[in-house]
Ligand binder design. Structure first.
Ligand SMILES: Nc1nc2c(c(=O)[nH]1)N[C@H]1C(S)=C(S)[C@@H](COP(=O)(O)OP(=O)(O)OC[C@H]3O[C@@H](n4cnc5c(=O)[nH]c(N)nc54)[C@H](O)[C@@H]3O)O[C@H]1N2
Ligand SMILES: Nc1nc2c(c(=O)[nH]1)N[C@H]1C(S)=C(S)[C@@H](COP(=O)(O)OP(=O)(O)OC[C@H]3O[C@@H](n4cnc5c(=O)[nH]c(N)nc54)[C@H](O)[C@@H]3O)O[C@H]1N2
Ligand code: SF4
Ligand SMILES: [Mo]
Length: 860
């Protein structure tokens, strides 16, 4: 019997509560917490399989200076001394922190206090710049404060939900399940506005497949249409909003830029259903017009009075588990602390509260500018915490150059080998999920505890504790004498008295006196309540602003590039794969990075499904496996953001994305880069299954993914492959067919277990990967079967695994559908698919639709 700990999921901003049953030796069974208001017991595939990522494989367990293990004293002395020397010689603007929405609020608070109050520079920015900055800026412009005016309960009682640039079924699956429940229960209509036909869009009542960045035009036109239909809330506008003269009169209902039929259908839905929530995420934020998109959405809600009411409001959903907590404490370079800015009065109050000797004089550099400053040598000391900018920043080639040039690069991470850590001078081992202890705030402003399940491994320490020790070494020990996370939390909560004094909604002062025991037991707490802006907006006059916005040109200049590249996420991978990439279960959904392309474009560019292609942009080029996909808009490409140099040869999306940003928020436009594409036709293709992944030579293409008991590596090249270079020692079996350029080698250990198998071909077919990978789990491998590449007695081909929780393949689902299971629930009853976390239910729905279509044709 284990011990049960209530904690919060490590991944997305839904912030699901978890009941973790902790066993011995770092094992844990994960269940959803039915008492947590964010998820009411539900979890998605990533949360469900967290237990597979808590092992110590790949962990950074000791401080490292270069390649040498160091003591904490040596490492911290060096960090403090380098930082102090840099400040003494080049001033406080020569140092910077680049942090993350995956830090706890307590870590974030300490990092911000150290940089802005004591070092005296505004140069702390966060990966939320890549993620939420446009929504933050839109909130600030409209409401006078970065406040999300909705809660998840609004989704339960809405009559209409618009999803703008959000693949909710994959990226916020538990919110998705909540939307599905509302649709089933009250007939809530769902509209998806996305240039791609995602699994989310496939399930919608209406999919508006607009051109990239067509959102501002669309929402402006919808506002005009509501005006023409007499549906503006004149009373609310008069009493609660500040509206520029003539703004509403001047908008044009015809300039919507989409199919007129779709526009009419959308306008009818909106007109008929005032209980409307507009959920938006990266398709809105990560754009040259990201802030304007946020305000165009908010304008429609304000002008129709669809805010501050049950089931109505603009709802920006956060990506990372603590993106919101970071925004609260002030982790963005352009906020000071606790929703406060840099006016003389605010600065004086913050300086006083912190007793800060060197309060910064103004905002610091935003992420893209920060890395430019590192590149130019203006910033000489950079400390990266809980983020992997060598992968996730746009124009990452430039960013890598910057990191490589930086005089001192310190990286705090939980993993030893990340693309960023490879460039670090000092690596500091941080506590990971399951070890760290503190608070996070989710998309609906709900603060939840993350609690430790395991003792710290090796010498890993809490991010806040590392920061405090460095601060002490720089002479600021007294202000950073935090003995516990609880103490930091109390100080932060007390500090929000300042935001309250400035008329802000952020107010945690009721938690400022929590005892250690109360902090330990803290139940999820939502600041601002369900309608934080009901009484007043946070601008000085208490009114909201309707912000005038001009639609951008929908087609940016893209001379020399025929296509436009969009990037985003997969259902079962998390960002740079440092944790989800370790899970064999999660890796089944998409083992490789795919280039999704419309059939017409594929034909035009000579691309074949399953072959390789090179995508080129002004920033660089990368190679992906081609997936022809009718859901792509003609002219648009899509690749995932996840793959790194650790996981693949050159399948990194951010070799391609440019560092163009939204002019207001500084957020990069990751979703739209002019691009070209060309086929890659290697001389040979191969795959390798192996217990231990080898270092691979330079190849045209390689990519690896976790399978049970080892790795599956896809390979392709033009130069002859030397098997010796990548195969381990052991008993070798080999077969070759020189005519077809086929070669197969299996390596067994003395007990007859499979160590590795390599299958190479020039012209022919390769065996089934899933079967080959399974041979790693057999106590004794069969040489003849391995060389044949198939079992002596063929088993059913289950098809690609659709339900990763219960291991059900697409062919099994299709077979069940053809046998009469025509609903998702019936499929669940016969195959069990979709009955655990439910993340695969949209995929099952799609298979069902296809199977039923075939059945119908057969019947006709
Ligand atoms: N599985 C998984 N879940 C995650 C994450 C993860 O890595 N994996 N990361 C988390 C994080 S940090 C974040 S920020 C969220 C992101 O969650 P989402 O925002 O849902 O994810 P993305 O796939 O980045 O982008 C969403 C959609 O925007 C669309 N889009 C592109 N251009 C436009 C446009 O011009 N207009 C409109 N309307 N749409 C457009 C894309 O086609 C894409 O389908 O997910 C969180 N959840
Ligand atoms: N092309 C393209 N690029 C994108 C995006 C896109 O849609 N398209 N999306 C952007 C967005 S929205 C985001 S949020 C970013 C995400 O990008 P990143 O933040 O770079 O991605 P992660 O892989 O989550 O990196 C987190 C790192 O922190 C480590 N870590 C985990 N927990 C802890 C901890 O407690 N302490 C410490 N010190 N380290 C820890 C992990 O091992 C990992 O190395 O990517 C951005 N980049
Ligand atoms: S939706 Fe999934 S990834 Fe997000 S918090 Fe919940 S369980 Fe975790
Ligand atoms: Mo994000």
């Amino acid at each position: 019997m284990g011990r049960e700990v209530r904690t919060t999921c490590a991944y997305c901003g839904v912030g699901c509560g978890i009941r973790a049953l902790v066993g011995g030796e770092r094992t844990v069974t994960i269940r959803g917490d039915a008492d947590h208001p964010a998820n009411l017991g539900r979890l998605c595939s990533k949360g469900t399989h967290l237990g597979e990522t808590v092992g110590l494989e790949g962990r950074l367990l000791h401080p490292m200076i270069g390649e040498l293990q160091a003591s904490w004293d040596e490492a911290l002395d060096l960090v403090a001394q380098r930082m102090s020397a840099c400040i003494a010689e080049h001033g406080p603007q020569s140092v910077a922190f680049y942090v993350s929405g995956q830090l706890l609020t307590e870590d974030y608070y300490v990092a911000n206090k150290l940089m802005k109050g004591f070092i005296g520079s505004g140069n702390i920015d966060t990966n939320s710049r890549l993620c939420m900055a446009s929504a933050v800026a839109a909130h600030n412009r409209a409401f006078g404060e970065d406040v999300v005016p909705c809660t998840y309960e609004d989704l339960d009682v809405a009559d209409l939900i618009l999803l703008v640039g959000s693949n909710t079924a994959w990226c916020h699956p538990v919110i998705w399940q909540r939307i599905e429940a509302a649709r089933a229960k009250r007939g809530t209509r769902l509209v998806v506005i996305d240039p791609r036909r995602t699994e989310t869009a496939e399930q919608a009542d209406l999919h508006v497949q607009l051109a990239p960045d067509g959102d501002v035009a669309l929402f402006n036109a919808l506002l005009a249409e509501m005006r023409d239909r007499g549906l503006l809330d004149r009373q609310f506008l008069q009493a609660r909003c500040d509206v520029p003269d003539d703004l509403l009169a001047e908008l044009d209902a015809h300039a919507h830029g989409i199919d007129p039929g779709a526009f009419a259908a959308l306008a009818d839905l909106i007109a008929a259903r005032p209980r409307m929530v507009t959920l938006f995420s990266q398709g809105a934020n990560q754009s040259r017009s990201g802030t304007d998109k946020g305000n165009a959405i908010i304008n429609l809600h304000l002008a129709t009075g669809r805010i501050n009411r049950a089931g109505a409001g603009p709802f920006s959903i956060t990506g990372q588990p603590n993106a919101m907590g970071g925004r609260e404490v002030g982790g963005l370079a352009n906020t000071l602390a606790c929703h406060l800015g840099f006016s003389p009065e605010e600065r004086a109050q913050v300086a006083d509260f912190w007793d800060a000797p060197n309060l910064c004089t103004g905002p610091g550099l935003k992420a893209v500018d920060l890395f430019r400053a590192v590149h130019s040598g203006q910033v000489r000391f950079l400390w990266v915490m809980a983020t992997n900018p060598a992968v996730s920043m746009p124009d990452a080639g430039f960013v890598r150059e910057a990191l490589a040039r930086c005089e001192t690069l310190v990286v705090s991470d939980v993993i030893a080998d990340t693309d960023t850590a490879r460039l670090a001078h000092v690596r500091l081992p941080a506590l990971a999920w399951g070890e760290k202890d503190g608070t996070v705030t989710n998309s609906e402003r709900r603060i939840s505890r993350q609690r430790a399940l395991f003792a710290p491994p090796g010498e890993a320490r809490a991010d806040w504790a590392i920061l405090c020790d460095v601060a002490a070494r720089m002479g600021w020990g007294e202000a950073f004498q935090f003995a516990s996370a609880a103490k930091i939390f109390r100080e932060y909560a007390a500090m929000t008295a300042l935001s309250r004094r400035h008329g802000k909604a952020l107010d945690l002062t009721s938690l400022a006196q929590l005892s250690d025991a109360d902090y330990a037991d803290l139940e999820p707490f939502q600041w601002g309540g369900s309608k934080p802006l009901a009484a007043r907006f946070s601008h000085a006059d208490g009114k909201a602003r309707i912000v005038p916005i001009a639609a951008p040109a929908v087609t940016p200049s893209n001379a020399g590039f025929a296509l436009r590249l969009n990037t985003g996420r997969y259902r079962d991978q998390w960002h740079t794969m440092t944790r989800t990439g370790l899970s064999a279960t999660l890796s089944q959904h998409r083992p490789e990075a795919l280039l999704e392309i419309h059939p017409g474009d594929a034909a035009r560019h000579g691309l074949v499904d399953g072959a390789l292609a090179r995508v080129g942009t002004a920033a660089g080029s990368a190679v992906f496996r081609v997936a022809i996909c009718a859901g792509q808009r003609p002219g648009d490409l899509f690749v995932p953001m996840h793959w790194t140099d650790v996981m693949a040869g050159e399948a990194r999306a951010n070799r391609l994305a440019l560092s163009e940003v939204d002019p207001v928020s500084g957020q990069p436009a990751f979703k739209d880069t002019p691009a070209n594409v060309a086929p890659v036709r290697p001389k040979w293709r191969a795959f390798l299954i192996c217990r231990v992944a080898p270092d691979l030579p330079d190849l045209t293409y390689w990519s690896r993914s976790r399978v049970e008991g080892g790795w599956l590596c896809e390979l392709a090249g033009d130069e002859d492959l030397e098997p010796e270079a990548i195969l381990p020692a052991g008993l070798r079996l080999e077969a070759a067919d020189l005519v077809r350029g086929m070669r197969r080698i299996a390596v067994l250990d003395p007990e007859g277990r499979l160590e590795a198998a390599l299958y190479i071909t020039r012209t022919g077919e390769l065996p089934r990967r899933d079967w080959a990978a399974q041979q790693l789990t057999r106590a004794e491998a069969s040489g003849p079967e391995l060389l044949a590449g198939r079992p002596a007695f063929p088993a059913l081909d289950r098809g690609p695994i659709t339900c990763v929780c219960l291991g059900v393949g697409a062919n099994e689902i299709t077979a069940a559908a053809c046998a009469g299971a025509v609903t998702i629930d019936a499929i669940g009853a016969t195959t069990k698919a979709g009955t655990n976390c439910g993340s695969c239910r949209p995929a099952i729905a799609k298979l069902l639709e296809a199977a039923l279509a075939i059945n119908l044709e057969a019947a006709e």
